[in-house]
Design a protein. Sequence first.
Length: 295
Amino acid sequence: MVEHLRVAANGLDFHVLADGPRDAPPVLLLHGFPEGAAGWRPTMAALEGLRVYAPDLRGYPCSDRPRRGYDVFTLTDDVRLLIEALGLDRPALVAHDWGGALGWIFAHRFGPVISKLVVVNCTHPRTLVRAALTFRELQPLRIPWVLPFQVPFAPEFLLTTRLGRAGLRLSFTLREGSRGRMDRELVDELVGRFRSAADLGPPIDYYRAIFATLVFPLSRARLYATYDRPIPVPVTLVWGLEDEALPSAVARDSFRDAGCDVEWRPLEGIGHFVDLEAPSLLAAEIERAVLVKRA
């Protein structure tokens, strides 16, 4: 039975889903855009032998949505303080999409706090920016929403109209690797939480804040100094190979930016939203990474 927790951390109130035996190895799941914690439910249901926690991150429905604090430093501080508030002893960190970006950065900043990092379909942020600047694999054309998201107010307004929510729904279903595998009712639930621009503005602010971090020299220098610290824990990169937005050829360059060995676990026929399209496969990969020691 999934529990719904309210957890105070970093001055905010977070909604956290929890499941699994309390004495099992702990795992913290970080969701992507625009899913929220509910996107992890199918994977949580398929997991065995783990105590799993999935927070709605800052700004998402069910957690607090302050006006500020969407830069990656504050967001990864949130994760560190959530781990502390939940009383977790070196949990495994499993992170997808935007959560994956936070997972990479968290492991550079606070690696000793976790036991393992499992990233699902998220290129290392440094690798992704390099690919975008050099036009590798046409990367800028594959993520065309990043620049329009820099416009204030308009994206969240347009995407929470009836037509806009239909577009959000398509952003899930059109990115399947194998048609018809995604739970449409869950997709409708995830999209349906964004009833107004105020609901969607904070998740889009993640994109605005990272853009600002990269543009301003001091914040960019701080971020790149963080990347220069090698990740000190085992890293597994699980990849749905049919991801058209984040090509696997670019993703594999993440290995050099992590500063450590990265285990590559490709999934044939699966798209970007592995958690929604193939939760049983993803659960097996998480169990393997967390419970089975590497040779």
